[in-house]
Write a protein that binds this ligand. Structure first.
Ligand SMILES: [Zn+2]
Length: 85
């Protein structure tokens, strides 16, 4: 948790608040984004999603970034299922 928006996200992962300079927020934004959604639907990383990963996390860090995006996606899913804490 590195910024105010991340603090909000720790209570509400589905928040629409993002901080532009925060890598954690960017991971969270990708977790809510169309690129990941399309990739999941297709069952592969879409070129758009792969591009977004390298833009956000840097070339060579895509897999680490993807892992973080997946963690956020999981938190958001659990939150939406109604585990309101
Ligand atoms: Zn943040």
């Amino acid at each position: 948790m590195t910024c105010e928006a991340c603090t909000t996200a720790s209570h509400n992962p589905a928040t629409g608040r993002f901080h532009a300079d925060c890598p954690e927020c960017k991971a969270r934004a990708l977790a809510q984004g169309r690129e990941l959604f399309e990739s999941k639907r297709a069952g592969i990383k879409s070129p758009e999603y792969a591009k977004a990963l390298s833009q956000v996390f840097g070339e060579g860090n895509e897999e680490a970034g993807h892992a973080r995006v997946r963690e956020w996606a999981k938190k958001i899913r659990q939150h939406q299922k109604g585990t309101t804490t």
